[in-house]
Design a protein around this ligand. Structure first.
Ligand SMILES: [Zn+2]
Ligand SMILES: [Zn+2]
Length: 344
């Protein structure tokens, strides 16, 4: 098999060729047919997340070991399984759930493996999809792809799941009855608009600093768009909200100091801010604001196996408008990362 690996942080990926592994125990070997290139891959291969104020979260300190095959959005076909695996069907087209935990702790047993303290996530802690093959620890992480194209199905494992899980955290009545605020009209923001539509949500006001991305958000069904750099951005969002006082729900797909601040500023009393983006920064919150505003400020990290399964059912039913995708051969993994880094 061949993989494109991070061998040194902040350097281009290196091609490596080695014998295709045999699955042991409960493992399943999957041939990769498509792997999504995620924005967080940039942070992983650079070796750190920016925590703001000059502080960094180093990937090494987080338990990421090199060499690493990145790629956590994986679509593929089952090849074979280890002797202790549940029965699998070779050739079956699957989407891989990559947010794998220890499988034994209370969090994992409650179905939230993505929040396990001993993560084994594919493409981060274990080999992922920037390869011809990937070893998956258990058959339960393989979900039926149905008739979806691999390049369409793969991103549901991260960007799709992340948006779905963030939306599921909001009060379903709010989602149905009034506009929420979405910050960031990149891949996640646009995916969110599509998933919202499929869930029967009212709609979203979308904030993005890029005029082209605001146009894309309008084309994807946003109720309205605003430029968050405008001096009256907060006023604009309030004016677009249901009763003019602010929104009950905001999802921040950027996660910078100014965007989280905007989300807090535009939410009404009892409102709910979900932070998803990892751009980095830090905020200061006057503590009386939390009770006085009855503010719910929540982080959301990817999503659960059950949520990915539910999302794929919606996608397979053809309810989610397709996000434009571009495919490239594995050999162009480095140029794909470069283009992503340059915002292309
Ligand atoms: Zn991702
Ligand atoms: Zn666990």
């Amino acid at each position: 098999m061949r993989s494109y690996d991070v061998t040194v942080f902040d350097r281009p990926l290196q091609a490596r060729d080695y014998p295709t592994p045999q699955p042991s125990g409960e493992e399943v070997l999957v041939k990769v047919t498509a792997a999504g290139v995620c924005h967080s891959d940039l942070h992983i291969c650079e070796g750190f997340f920016d925590l703001g104020g000059g502080k960094k979260l180093e990937m090494g300190a987080r338990g990421v070991n090199l060499p690493l095959t990145m790629g956590h959005e994986i679509a593929g076909e089952i090849v074979s399984a280890g002797p202790d695996s549940a029965p699998v069907t070779p050739g079956k087209k699957v989407v891989v759930f990559p947010w794998i935990g220890c499988g034994k702790c209370p969090i994992c047993l409650r179905g939230d493996e993505q929040n396990c303290s001993r993560p084994r996530s594919l493409g981060i802690y274990r080999g992922g999809g920037y390869a011809t093959h990937v070893l998956v620890p258990h058959a339960r992480y393989l979900l039926d792809m149905g008739g979806l194209k691999p390049e369409v199905a793969a991103p549901y494992a991260c960007s799709g799941l992340t948006t779905y899980s963030a939306l599921k955290k909001l009060d379903p009545r709010v989602l149905k009855e009034e506009p929420i605020l979405i910050i960031g009209a990149g891949g996640l923001g646009l995916m969110c608009l599509g998933v919202m539509k499929a869930m029967g949500a009212h709609g979203a006001i979308v904030a993005d600093i890029d005029a082209g991305k605001r146009d894309a958000a309008m084309a994807a069904g946003a109720v309205a768009v605003i430029d968050p750099r405008a001096s009256d951005a907060v006023k604009q969002v309030r004016a677009l909200s249901r009763d003019g006082f602010g929104v009950y729900g905001a999802i921040d797909y950027v996660g910078s100091q100014s965007t989280v601040q905007l989300a807090i500023d535009v939410t009404i009393k009892g409102g709910h801010v979900v932070v998803v983006g990892l751009i980095g920064g830090e905020i200061t919150i006057p503590t009386p604001l939390l009770p006085q505003k009855a503010l719910k400020l929540q982080g959301s990290y990817v999503g659960s196996l059950a949520e990915l399964s539910a999302l794929l059912d919606i996608a397979k039913a053809g309810k989610i408008p397709q996000v434009p995708t571009t495919t490239r051969p594995l050999e162009e993994a480095n140029s794909a990362l470069d283009d992503l880094r340059q915002g292309r």
